[in-house]
Structure formats: C-alpha cells, structure tokens
Ligand binder design. Structure first.
Ligand SMILES: [Zn+2]
Ligand SMILES: [Zn+2]
Length: 296
C-alpha cells in the first residue's frame, strides 16, 4: 500500500473531503521536507530520541508510508548513518500507556495487602504489569517500523544486560529492607518482560532476518536464565525480611506473618504460573496448565 495524500485527507487531521486538492499535495510534500529537516537537525544536535519521535509521528500521520521500510526512507532522505542511532533511540522510548510498565493494583489500592492478608492480584507488590506494554514500559513492537525491529530488540537486550549488572551491584544494600527488595523485584519483573517481549516478537520477523533471529533467541535465553534464579532469590529475601518483622512483632497490625509465608511459598514454587509474575514465553514452569488435559 502506498501512502497518497488522500490517505491523510479522508479522516486525518488535514480535512475530510476525500479527494486531494493540489494544495494538499503541496502541503504534504512540505510536511515531508519539514520532517526530514527536523530529523536531520535533531540528529546533528545529538538528540536522536527527538529525531526518533519525529520519524514515528511521520509514520503515524501517514507522511511516511508505513509500507516503506524506515531504513530505505532514512537512507533516501538523509543517509544510511541515520538508521542505527534512530533505531537505538526508539529502543528506549517510553510507552505512553503507563508509568514505567506498571499500573496501580485496583484490588488493593496499591497497598499490596488486603487487611491482614496479601493481595493475590498483584502478588503483594501493589502494582500490576501494564497490559499494553507487558510491563516493559517501552513502546510496543507493533507500533514500530518492522525493518528496525531486530536492531531495536538487540538494543533492548543490551539495556537489559546493563540493568542486570546494575541490579547485581545493589544486591548487598537491599539487605533486609522490604521496600528495596520490592523495587528489586519490580525491576526483575520488568527486565524479564522486556526479554519476553523480544521472544514473542521473533516468530513475526521476516525470514530475511534469520541470523539476527537466532542471535536474539540465544541472547534472550541467556539473560532470562540468569534472571530466573534472581527472581527466586528476591522472593526468598522478601520472605525472610517479613519473617524477621513477624518474629519481632514490630507492628501487630501489619500482615508481616502472612507476607512472610506468602513470599516464602512463591520462592519455593517451581514456576509462578497463575500469578501476575509469570513469564510463560520464557519458562515452561510458568505456563498455566489449569485448563489443559493431561498429555496436552
Ligand atoms: Zn494488589
Ligand atoms: Zn504500559
């Protein structure tokens, strides 16, 4: 499908009479030139994220045909060197749907508890993974130029690897602090979500990316395999942390003893199926088999 000015004039922001007039054709051309200028200018000034947003807005408005690979469009109108910085900037653009991948848990009003009991809906974390971005806080792949997806996915896995290193260096000072452990748990959930999103995207990539697909699959498996025991260790540490508070009876009204038992139980389960923490596309143990007949 090619993008003609009539695409814009049907229901878009540029008028509603369907048949393009010559004035609209000129306007579109001018708008495309303006897009190119804005992208070039922002790249030159070291603002690739702004350049990336301009490119995506141009596609959303139909000024850049969605059927045209972004690589071809950028190479034709700017140069091939523009492709990588823009793809890498797109990789970290935040999703517009939520705050960093999470939404407040409506069940417990973000408290993580329901009276003296933990909240099952959010695994006592007070937030749930955003449905739209799968808890990644990043733009969904289906909104992005398809030809850039392998590059974007590779960059995102690189960000995950860096974040894992940073998370590791804070291991000691999270200690027995339930708030810090909760943040570490949420970070782990988010990083697993980013990897899971890459994995679920791979079958949709064009076979021409076969080498990149293999590489992304391998890297995703390595990162997820390293994060999984950390997920368990953090749940375990949360259990320990609440157990100390339960035994010390710091606050009789808080559900410390229930939380201690709950997190300890989660850490001991082979998978987290049937919880909001599950990553069924990464770990077979996390697949919910409730509705499957034996042998399925
Ligand atoms: Zn909740
Ligand atoms: Zn979201």
């Amino acid at each position: 499908m090619s993008s003609s000015p009539s695409n814009l004039s049907l229901n878009g922001p540029f008028g509603g009479h369907g048949v393009p007039s010559s004035a609209e054709v000129v306007e579109t051309t001018e708008m495309e030139s303006s897009l190119i200028e804005q992208i070039a200018d922002n790249l030159a000034r070291g603002h690739p994220s702004v350049a990336a947003r301009v490119l995506l807005r141009g596609r959303a408005l139909g000024l850049i045909p969605r059927s045209t690979p972004a690589t071809s469009w950028l190479t034709a109108h700017l140069n091939a060197d523009a492709v990588q910085p823009i793809a890498e900037a797109i990789a970290s653009l935040p999703a517009p749907c939520c705050l960093n991948g999470f939404v407040p848990c409506p069940q417990c009003d973000s408290s993580g508890t329901d009276g003296a009991q933990h909240c099952d809906s959010c695994c006592a974390l007070g937030v749930q993974r955003c449905d739209f971005c799968d808890g990644t806080g990043l733009m969904q792949y289906h909104d992005l130029p398809e030809d850039l997806i392998p590059m974007i996915a590779r960059r995102r896995l690189g960000i995950v690897a860096d974040a894992m290193t940073a998370l590791e260096s804070t291991t000691d000072d999270a200690g027995r602090d339930a708030k810090k452990l909760r943040v570490r748990m949420l970070n782990t959930v988010k990083l697993l979500g980013v990897i899971e999103n890459v994995v679920t995207q791979l079958p949709h990539l064009s076979p021409e990316h076969v080498n990149e697909i293999h590489e992304l699959h391998r890297t995703s498996g390595q990162l997820a395999g390293t994060l999984k025991p950390r997920r368990t260790a953090t749940l375990s540490a949360l259990g320990e942390c609440w157990r100390e508070r339960c035994q010390a009876k710091v606050d009789q009204s808080e559900p410390a003893c229930d939380l201690a038992a709950y997190f300890t139980d989660l850490a001991a389960r082979p998978g987290l199926a049937r919880t909001v923490l599950a990553n069924p596309f990464l770990f077979v143990e996390d697949v919910d088999t409730r509705n499957k007949a034996p042998g399925d």
